[in-house]
Design a protein around this ligand. Structure first.
Ligand code: G1P
Ligand code: ZN
Length: 582
């Protein structure tokens, strides 16, 4: 700990009315400065930086074992607090998806929030808050911000993943300028502050004190369910279900269990058993809580069976993703975004229409055609929900979505799995058609964007970097080249200028655009915790006069071959096929 910093921390604490009574030599070179606040001891603990705490696409995600290193979580949380201004006496929202380490880190975060001068912590009962519910709570409580403990769709358990994400006062993920400041701080941090107090009882709803800070353990579901009821026509959906419409929702043993049970079974009257895998488990029952066709195969098989329900859906670890499958009909997330945007006005919360639609760059252009028809703007942003926040705050977009099973609106500042399911149900209740028929009508109106994402997981990082570097090097030579996909019209590395604050984000993924409007996009994942993941996004547009009933794999085969030709994926990765196709 540098003398300078120690003095600063001491001065701040003295300014906050604390009495410094001792400076103790710490263990193994780490010193502690101890203060008393009320009857609780505030410690300023010396630390040294970890050099791997750069937040990725969605917060800091690492293996549990990494988070379990002494001072690791503390360093990151203190770096978050050190990067913020003006939170003294303010409210912090705290909760997570219930995965392994959730409760332990919540206790640490509460004690650190108390020692750093927050006035109040709102924490979900049992440490549970889905990501969209946390976003809603931050907004409704007028909180300064929130810490969401989750690694989203990554598996959980002692050998799996954990994560911490900071959300700002609009309820959304911290923008890049904040995450950059947090990262910079993690590289310089030399002490953290924590209160020495017994653990808070997370299981009983109620109010207690942690030093000068109030801790409120709140019902994680009620406020969120109320918000959903305000947006959608619950009586119409209830009538649909009462009339025999059947649905199945797979919570994947993750956070949405309590939310889905309350909303689908209790409030909307779906029979018990509609929600499957509805108890959040620290290891998600050894499942990978990612709602795609590989990991939600149980649901997929149920939906393809002869006695399939009318509608199936799933959500991920922290409840912000959604998978939609109609009876015998999978809906790609990109198409789902387009259908939701085209029909949102059928739900009471969106009856006034949409201000604009935003999608991440790799997401298919299906929503663009809807925006065009509606005469509203379409924004194309880099991957990651944090890029939507400014557009939503500025009232420029109402609905946003990503190809990675994320859809949401301006009701919160996160994507929202259950919201997407409810909007679908509301649309089905009004249109009284099957999912298959709705999709067919949609394509007949707008044309069809055949689309798939191929993921090559756990590649050696140097190989993945070399593949991307080689691709970037030849960008200027690609236009005019003819390969299996046709003639390449343009190729670039996507850069985004935020229209609200003019901030620029570069190197957001390589795009290879073909003359017929097809495209191949390649980028490396920013959320993985093992090696690197190459994502290849493949899209081909077929106008209303083309063949709208092709198998996706057949429709995309020439472009899949083109991706190989352009990037030599097999050569760099040693893999002759992707690990996951969604
Ligand atoms: C992935 C998805 C991205 C999403 C993010 C967080 O990020 O691709 O759309 O916002 O998870 O859920 P990636 O691993 O591709 O960086
Ligand atoms: Zn998630």
């Amino acid at each position: 700990m540098s003398i300078l910093c120690q003095t600063t921390a001491r001065q701040e604490n003295q300014a906050a009315g604390l009495l410094r009574i001792a400076t103790l030599p710490g263990h193994r070179g780490y010193g502690s400065v101890i203060h008393y606040r009320g009857f609780l001891v505030i410690q300023t603990v010396s630390t040294t930086p970890f050099n791997d705490q750069k937040p990725g696409t969605s917060g800091l995600r690492k293996k549990v074992k990494i988070f379990q290193q002494p001072r690791y979580a503390e360093n990151f949380i203190q770096s978050v607090f050190d990067s913020l201004d003006g939170f003294a006496g303010q409210t912090l929202v705290l909760g997570g998806d219930g995965r392994y380490l959730n409760r332990e880190v919540i206790q640490i975060a509460m004690k650190m929030a108390a020692a750093n001068g927050f006035g109040r912590v709102l924490v979900g009962q049992g440490g549970i808050l889905s990501t969209p519910a946390a976003s809603n709570l931050i907004r409704k409580a007028g909180a300064f911000g929130g810490l969401v403990l989750s690694a989203s769709h990554n598996p959980g358990g002692p050998d799996e993943d954990f994560g911490i994400k900071y959300n700002v006062s609009n309820g959304g993920p911290a923008p890049e300028k904040v995450t950059d400041a947090i990262h910079a701080r993690t590289l310089e941090i030399d002490s953290y502050r924590i209160i020495d107090a017994p653990d808070v009882d997370l299981d009983s709803i109620g109010i207690s004190q942690l030093g000068d800070m109030t801790v409120e353990v709140v019902d994680p579901v009620a406020l969120y369910a109320e918000l959903m009821e305000s947006l959608f026509d619950f009586p119409a959906i209830k009538a649909l279900i009462a009339g025999g419409f059947t649905l199945s929702f797979d919570s994947m043993s993750a956070v949405t269990g309590p939310y889905a049970t309350e909303i689908f079974e209790k409030r909307l009257g779906a029979p018990a058993g509609t929600v499957q895998n509805g108890t959040p488990l620290p290891d998600f029952g050894h499942h990978h809580p990612d709602p795609n066709l590989v990991h939600a195969k149980q649901l997929y098989d149920r939906m393809m069976a002869s006695d399939a329900p009318d509608f199936g859906a799933a959500s991920d670890g922290d409840g912000d993703r959604n998978l939609i499958i109609g009876r015998h009909s999978y809906v790609t997330p990109s198409d789902s975004l387009a259908v939701l945007a085209a029909n949102a006005h059928l739900a009471p919360g969106y009856a006034a229409g949409l201000k604009g639609i935003a999608r991440s760059m790799p997401t298919s252009g299906a929503a663009d055609r809807v925006a065009e028809k509606l005469g509203i703007p379409l924004y194309e942003t880099p991957t990651g929900w944090k890029f939507f926040g400014n557009l939503l705050d500025a009232g420029m977009a109402t609905i946003c979505g990503e190809e990675s099973a994320g859809t949401g609106s301006d009701h919160v500042r996160e994507k929202d799995g259950i919201w997407a399911v409810l909007l679908w149900l509301n649309i089905l209740a009004v249109r009284k058609q099957s999912v298959v028929d709705i999709m067919a009508e949609h394509w007949a109106t707008y044309g069809r964007n055949y689309y798939a994402r191929h993921d090559y997981e756990a590649i050696a990082k140097d190989k993945a970097d070399a593949l991307m570097a080689a691709l970037r090097d030849k960008l200027t030579t690609l236009p005019g080249m003819v390969n299996s996909g046709g003639t390449i019209k343009a190729a670039d590395d996507f850069a985004y200028t935020d229209p609200t604050d003019q901030s620029v984000s570069k190197n957001q993924g390589v795009r290879v655009l073909f003359e017929d409007g097809s495209r191949v996009v390649m980028r490396l994942s920013g959320t993985g915790t093992e090696g690197a993941t190459l994502r290849v996004y493949i899209e081909r547009y077929m106008g209303v006069d083309g063949d709208l009933g092709l198998e996706t794999g057949d429709a995309l085969a020439p472009l899949i071959a083109a991706a190989q030709e352009v990037a030599d994926i097999a050569g760099y990765t040693g893999m002759d096929k992707p690990s996951v196709i969604t």
